[in-house]
Design a protein around this ligand. Structure first.
Ligand SMILES: NC(=O)c1ccc[n+]([C@@H]2O[C@H](COP(=O)([O-])OP(=O)(O)OC[C@H]3O[C@@H](n4cnc5c(N)ncnc54)[C@H](OP(=O)(O)O)[C@@H]3O)[C@@H](O)[C@H]2O)c1
Length: 263
């Protein structure tokens, strides 16, 4: 899986398709969609029109609460593949654990079946906490390849990352710029570090993701910012920069509570 990809939440219809085509031209190879975003077809149309073969691309989709339990994800993946006109996706994620419904173990067992069909190359989760991952580990056979979680320089998710590392799970940062209003790009510390490197605050935040070893999927529908966000592989942050960024972390309690989202 490429370490940096394109988040596509809010990129619907022609805008979504055009963003995917532009991103592919610029060098993006990972695309993150979800049934819930209503843009799987638009994203796939971009992939289809792109000048890069399907095998070179990595496509992720996610299944929300509607697909939990009762082997609903079997049908869910068939429907997603049909909408996208693809034979397979590279990664499917359980979008939220929804622990109060207590169906995520059952859903994960369905994901294990889906992996065996070859219709997805890998299986993972999103918004899972260590306690949810512990239950998967004790009740099912396959460790999730990825846990996609909210993570940015002000929300470093130190404990979650440590857990993932011990268990061989890739951490993937969503909302790496802080989400739709991108507050991270206005952070004074990041602005100062950006100035010193002749970069932008967004590039500092995304480069920090790379340096702490997490994958990330920033979203942009703007060609200049698409290029800006992937243009982070030709410089490095200093130990001093990393220490200043570490001091921005507001701690785990600032993260969205996965018990309360996505019902
Ligand atoms: N698993 C989950 O529960 C979950 C939840 C949330 C998000 N996600 C995934 O993660 C992706 C990214 O998260 P996100 O969309 O919430 O937020 P994000 O990537 O942190 O930020 C996106 C916002 O930042 C702006 N932006 C992008 N590049 C910029 C730059 N270089 N400088 C200044 N502003 C910039 C974008 O505007 P423009 O488009 O105008 O550039 C957009 O408003 C989503 O699209 C989705 O694929 C997953």
């Amino acid at each position: 899986m490429p370490q940096l990809g394109l988040g596509t939440y809010g990129l619907n219809g022609r805008r979504g398709t055009e963003a995917v085509i532009a991103a592919t031209d610029i060098g993006y190879r990972l695309f993150d969609t979800a049934v819930r975003y209503g843009n799987e077809a638009a994203v796939a149309a971009g992939i289809d029109a792109a000048s890069v073969s399907r095998e070179e691309l990595f496509v992720t989709t996610k299944f929300d609460g509607e697909f939990q339990g009762g082997r609903r994800a079997l049908r869910g993946l068939d429907d997603s593949l049909r909408r996208m006109g693809l034979d397979y996706v590279d990664l499917i994620l359980i979008h939220w654990p929804l622990p109060r419904r207590d169906l995520y173990i059952d859903t994960w067992k369905t994901f294990e079946q889906l992996l065996a069909t070859g219709k997805t190359k890998s299986i993972g989760v999103s918004n899972f906490k260590p306690a949810h991952l512990d239950r998967l580990q004790s009740d099912t056979s396959i460790v999730p390849a990825v846990n996609q979680i909210e993570l940015d320089p002000t929300l470093a998710r130190v404990d979650a990352r440590a857990y993932h590392e011990v268990h061989g799970i890739v951490t993937q940062a969503y909302s790496p710029l802080g989400g739709s209003s991108s507050p991270v790009v206005r952070n004074p510390t990041l602005i100062e570090i950006a100035r010193a490197h002749g970069r932008t605050p967004a590039q500092i935040a995304l480069r920090w993701c790379i340096e702490i070893g997490v994958s990330t999927v920033p979203k942009s529908g703007n060609v200049e910012r698409l290029a800006e966000n992937i243009g982070i592989f030709d410089f490095a942050l200093t130990a001093d920069d990393m220490a200043h960024i570490a001091a921005l972390d507001q701690g785990e309690s600032a993260a969205q509570d996965s018990d309360h989202i996505g019902h």
